[in-house]
Design a protein around this ligand. Sequence first.
Ligand code: 7MK
Ligand code: ZN
Length: 877
Amino acid sequence: MSKKLAKYRSDYRAPAFTIENVHLNIDLDDHATRVRSQLQLKRQAPGALELDGEHLELITLAVDGVLRSADSYEVTDKQLILTEIPDEFTLDIVTQIDPSANSALEGLYKSGGAFCTQCEAEGFRRITYYLDRPDVLAVFTTTLSADSEHFPFLLSNGNLIDEGKQDNGRHYATWHDPHPKPAYLFALVAGDFDRLEDHYHTLEGRDVRLELFVDKGNLSRANYAMESLKRAMQWDEERFDLAYDLDRYMVVAVEFFNMGAMENKGLNIFNSKYVLADQATATDWDFVHVESVIGHEYFHNWTGNRITCRDWFQLSLKEGLTVFRDQEFSSDLGSRAVHRIDAIRVMRSFQFNEDAGPMAHPIRPDKVIEMNNFYTVTVYNKGAEVIRMLHTLLGEQGFQHGMQLYRQRHDGQAVTCEDFVAAMETANPVDLQQFRRWYSQAGTPQVRIEQRYDAAQGLLTLTFEQMTPATPGQTAKAPVVIPLLFSAYTHAGERLLLTDSAQVNDHESGSQLYVLSDSSATLTFTEVEQEPIIAWLENFSAPVKLQTSVNTEELELLLAHGEQEVTRWEAAQQIYLTCLRQAVTNQQPVQLSASQLRALTKVLKAPIDNALKALIFTLPSAEELLEYYPENAPLDAIERAVKTLAHALANGLQEVFAATFEALESQSEQLSGKAMAARALRQRCLYFLALAKPHDYSPVVAQQALTQGNMTLQQGALEIAVQHQLPCAEQVLAEFAEQWQETPLVMDKWFAVQANARHPETVKRVAQLLDHPKFSLRNPNRVYALLASFSRNSLRFHQEDGSGYKLLQRIITQLNTLNPQVASRLITPFMQWRRFDTRRQSMLKQSLVELQQLADLAPDLDEKITSALQSEETASQ
Ligand code: 7MK
Ligand code: ZN
C-alpha cells in the first residue's frame, strides 16, 4: 500500500461535484455484502469526479443507466476516478465487502451477532465509493435486506417508509432521512435486540418515538439511558432553545466499538458501556458517564448534524462545542463543582501532556495524515475550554445570543470554526481578533503572577506575564487572551473586592475578572487596607499553567474560606503539589505540617458536600506531578513522594477518617446525588484506613467486596484490596471473577483494577492477564481495560527493567494489523520518550524504531511514530 500523504488545512478546495440524493441498497451477508449505490451528481466546479473508496471490490458501474467498461474509469486502492462525464448525471455503483473480516471496526462490521457501522471520520468509503467528505450533504434513502430470523431489526437513519418479506427467509426495510447529511453520519444496524420504547413531546409539539436497542436479556439495564435521553432533550430546549427534528430517535448499544458513541442522524450507535447501567453492575461514575455520553450524542443533533464541519480540520467546531454543552448539561443536573473538577483533572493529567509532546496540535489542526489520530483531548477537551472562555467573556446571555445567530446563519450548512467565532463576535459588542489565536496556536500557555504590597501607601501591585512554549512546527508564539477569574480575601478569610481598576470587572460567577492579553501587564490598586490573599484562575478559567507566589499558609486559608467549591479543592491540590515537589527536590518523604493536618481535618468535619470532601482527599496523580518535570523525570522520587504523601495523610488523619467512615456506613444505597457523594467519601476514607492498617481493614474490605447489588461498593473494595495488596486481595479477585465472568462490562473492571495498581507487581500481572481466557485483542473495551489502563499507569509502564515497554510494544505490534485505531491510542506513553533518563530514553526509542520497521505499518501509527522520532531540531520546523 502506498504511504498516506499529509493533508493541509490551507489546501481546502470545494468538491467538483455535489451529491443531491443517494439511494443505497444493501444486501447484508457475513462475507459477501452487496452494496448498490445510486448517486445523483451535479457539477459545482471543473475537474474529474474523484470518489473515495477503500477495501472495496467493484462489481459494476453505470453512468445514466449505461454500464461502463473498466477502461473508462480508474480504480486505485483509495479512489475511483471518472473523467468523461456530464455535468449532471446518475451514477450507479455495485460493490462487495466482507463485514466479518473487518476487525478494524470502521465502515460496516459485525459486533457479536449484529451488523453495524462506524463512519466518522472516513469509514463510509469502506462501504461504497463516495465523496466521503463532510461538506457533501445528501438526502439518503436506504434499503437493507437480511435474513429475518437472525436480523429481525433492520435500522437506518430517518423514518421507516417501507418494509416487507422477501423470498428465501429474508426481509427488507427502507429508511428515508429528509435532512441532508454528510456520509460520516450514515448508519445502519441489523440484528436481534431487546427494545425499550418511550416518547418525548418537544416544545414545538412533535411527538418523538424514542427507542433503545440492547443485546437480549439486558432490558432492565437500559432504563437509566432512556431517562438520561429525555433529560437531555428537555435541557437542550430549556437552556439552548433547541428541539429535536425527527419523529424517531434510536440508540443501539453494541459490544464491539472503538470509541464511546456516535451521533448518526436519528440512529446513535453506542458502546454498550455508555448505555447499560444498573446498580448491581455499574458504579456511580458509570451512571454519570452514561448520562453525559447520551447527552453528548444527542446535543450533536444541532452542533454537528444540522450544522456540520466543512472539513475535518474543523472537528473542534462540533466536538469542542458539544463537549462544552454536555459538561453544562451534567453541571446543571448534578454538582457543578464535581463536574468542573473532573474536567480540570482531564486537562492537567492528559491534555497538558499532549500539548507538550511531539503530536501537539492546535484545537484546529493544520496538518493531518490519519484523521483518526485527531480525536484528541486537545480537539475535544481543550476545544471545550476555549468555548468556555468565550462563555466567560460574553456571559451566559451574550453566549446564547451568539448561538442563536450561529444557528440562523448556518443551519443546514457545513462550516468552519471561523464561522462560529464570527457569529459570537457579531452578536456581541466584542472584538475577538486576538482570541482567535486559541484556534491556531498549540501548546499550554504559562502565566506568572506576582504580587507586591506597600503597607505604608496601601498600594497593591500585580504583575502578569504569559509565555507559550514552542511546539513542533510552531516556534514563535503570540500572546493569547486569558480570562483570569479571581477572588481576593483578607487574612480573616473575608472577601475583599479589588475595585480600583477599569480593567477588573465583577463577573456573573461571583469572581472578579481580569483579561490578560499582552505578554506582560501590571495592575495597581490604591487604598488597599491590608495585603490580600488571592485565589487565581478560579474555576480553571483558562487552559493555562499558573505560577504564583501564594504559599501554603495562604492556601490553607483559601481551603477553609474559599467561597467557591472548586477554589477550595484547588487550594488543597496546590498544598499537596507543593509538598510533593519539595519532597522530590529534597529526596525526602513528604511531611505534612501540624497546621496542614488541622486544615484537612477541618475539611472532613465541615458541613460541606461529601462529594467535594472526597475530591479534596483525592491526591494529585503521579502523572500530574510528572508535568512539572519536562526533562529527566525523577520517576523514583515521584513514586516515593506520592506514596509517602498518602501515608502521611493516612497516619495523620486516621481517627477522623475512621469516624467519618463509621458515620457514613448506614447511608442509603440510592442513586441520589447525596447517596453517591456519601459512597465517594466513604471510599476515600476506607482507602486511607486500609493503607494505615492493612491487617485490621482487610476483612472489612473483603466483606464489602461481597456486597451484592451495588457495584460502586464492590468495585471500590476490589480496588483498595488490589491497590494496597491487602491479605484478602487474591481471594477478592477470585470471587469477583467467579461472580461476574459472564458480564463483560464488569469483567472489564476486573481487568482494569489490576492494570491500574501502582505497585511493582503490576507488569507481571498484566502480562499474565493477556493469556486469561476472557482477554481478547478483538474487543476494544477489553483492550482499553487492561492495556490503556496500563499505558496510563506511568510508574509501572516505565518500570526500570523496560518490561512495561516490551509488553505494550508486543500488543501494539499485534493490533497494528488487527485494529490500527486502537493500536494508535495505546502508543501515547511512548511519545514522550525524550522526557526520561538516558537509559529509559534508549529503550523507549528502540521500541519506536522497531515498531516503525513493521511491514504494513498502519498510517495511524506511522504518523505518530514519525513525529515522535523526528529529531529535536527538525521537530520545530
Ligand atoms: C468521543 C466521534 C463522535 C472520541 C471521543 C467520541 C468519539 C471519539 C464521540 C467518536 C463523538 N462524533 O460523538 O464525538
Ligand atoms: Zn462528539
